[in-house]
Design a protein around this ligand. Structure first.
Ligand code: TRP
Ligand code: ZN
Length: 484
């Protein structure tokens, strides 16, 4: 698999060079013809501007699927400007006279299968009209050259990108990709990634997966990263700046790469290192619980600025320093690493399925706490159950359909974890583990929905669970206490 991946990487990079040359040649060849429009009776067949997620109608696109992203970006901290040259490779799922990618930065040229294409921007959408229509099932290779200052772009009141004194960080959920590469920006379309990040020499540039190498030339350094397992667009990250990188192999033989912003306060830095150093041990614990770790690499990145969260970026979560400001914090590492199984290996098909991510990640924290000799999962469940009375607004949110503005509300996490524990009480905790393992490993590299999860739980437990899940996921009331 390593060899195949390397070959594919080389192939795509060669195509980038070839398509650049072809693009110039074609542009020249077209000059005498002037503005001759494409010939032939082209009945329009337009790819939809959204993938069909009711929470976010504009996110993702229809009419094609992406197989691979070859992202190339350069970031200059002095100007905060990002320049990009990215190739996305996919396949049309219908005839396409026109299709969209999601990108908030401005494109200067677009090629489709080596031919210059017309394009325009509307909001987050890059609308591409290839010179000839793509046939259903046809391979498509789209190269976009683009630039902009991501820090200056707010879309729909959202600006997930943030800068630091020495760089920037692209981390966000559910949106971030459109601020640094053209994409089919929805978790339902996962793809493999090669990410090349160019920064002034002396800075570091981090992303997911394996560090292939660093090319240094002309006062610049290009950090080349590769992710061979399919990844959702929101899980791809980039961090530019001054980082101390720590690489090695864990006791159980997993390659790790951690990075700590150099400007961290020494006390926070210590606590962060002590916590993130345990990622290997945490991964081993989670693998004993939920089956083998789905990826090849592990790690963690601590940024210099707080962005209010930590995010489970595939193979390498990114943490705000605030998580370590009052000492070591292993729970957050457990949470983000549990997402590698729940969220990253098996990904939400629609954003309303978010409890499948946050519920299992939070429940995994409960399991860790129990294993460390703190509260048992029963005690943790009871603490929430007894704390929130029938009238408490905690119970108002049906976490199986929380609404786009409540995706990450506390109940999605805590009622989500309670749902998982209550399911264990209902069907037996051994069966719960089997359900969790099957859920992840049957759907690994793909997506899943709540309905599919319920069907699996019913099949593996041999029980009808409609009423159980209605109470726990879809009611705005406190569910009955599970039988003990
Ligand atoms: N999924 C993240 C977690 O639970 C939380 C999160 C939601 C987040 N939105 C975000 C993190 C935006 C970073 C940026 O760990
Ligand atoms: Zn989470």
């Amino acid at each position: 698999m390593g060899v195949t991946r390397a070959d594919e990487g080389t192939d795509v990079r060669m195509q980038k060079a070839v398509s650049a040359v072809a693009g110039v040649a074609l542009a020249l060849a077209m000059l005498p013809a002037g503005a001759a429009p494409p010939t032939g009776p082209e009945r329009p067949s337009v790819g939809s501007p959204g993938i069909g997620d009711p929470y976010f109608p504009q996110y993702g696109n229809g009419g094609y699927r992406i197989g691979h992203y070859d992202v190339g970006v350069a970031f200059d901290p002095a100007t905060e400007r990002l320049t990009g040259d990215t190739i996305v490779t996919g396949r049309a799922t219908q005839r396409l006279t026109r299709f969209n990618l999601d990108l908030v930065l401005r494109a200067s040229s677009v090629w489709v299968n080596g031919m210059p294409a017309r394009f325009r921007h509307t909001g987050r959408e890059l609308v591409v009209t290839p010179r000839t229509a793509l046939r259903e099932g046809q391979r498509m290779q789209v190269r976009v050259v683009y630039a902009g200052v991501p820090e200056d772009v707010t879309d729909d009141g959202i600006k997930p990108w943030f800068t630091t004194p020495d760089g920037a960080v692209a981390v966000g959920e559910p949106e971030i990709a459109a601020w640094w590469f053209p994409s089919n920006d929805h978790p339902a379309d996962k793809a493999t990634f090669d990410v090349d990040l160019t920064v002034p020499r002396g800075l570091q540039a981090l992303s997911n997966g394996r560090l292939v190498g660093v090319d240094r030339a002309d006062g610049q350094a290009t950090w080349r990263w590769t992710s061979g397992a399919p990844m959702a667009t929101y899980l791809a990250f980039a961090a530019f700046g001054r980082y101390d990188m720590v690489q090695g192999s864990t006791e159980s033989g997993r390659p790790f790469l951690n990075a700590f912003a150099k400007s961290l306060n020494p006390r926070v830095d210590r606590a962060a290192r002590v916590s993130i150093r345990r990622t290997g041990e945490v991964t081993d614990f989670l693998a004993r619980t939920w089956g083998r770790y789905p990826f090849q690499q592990i790690g963690g990145v601590v940024t210099s600025r707080n962005f209010g969260f930590a995010l489970e970026n595939q193979t390498r979560p990114v943490y705000s320093p605030a998580f370590f400001s009052s000492g070591r914090n292993t729970s957050i590492v457990v949470h983000e690493m549990a997402h590698q199984w729940f969220g990253n290996a098996v990904t939400v098909r629609r954003w309303k399925n978010i409890w499948l991510n946050e519920g299992f990640a939070t429940y995994s924290e409960w399991l860790w706490a129990q294993d460390q000799g703190f509260e048992t999962t029963d005690e943790q469940f009871d603490r929430f159950y007894d704390n929130f009375g029938t009238k408490d607004s905690f119970w108002n949110i049906p976490i199986g359909n929380p609404g786009p503005r409540r995706l990450f509300t506390g109940a999605v996490y805590d009622r989500g974890a309670m749902t998982v524990h209550a399911l264990g009480e209902e069907v037996g905790h051994e069966t719960l583990r089997r359900i969790g393992r099957h859920w992840v490993h049957r759907n690994a590299d793909g997506v899943g929905s709540t309905a599919e999860f319920i069907a699996l739980a019913e099949r593996l437990s041999g029980r009808r669970l409609g009423a159980f899940f209605r109470n726990w996921l879809f009611s705005g009331e406190k569910p009955p206490r599970p039988p003990t």
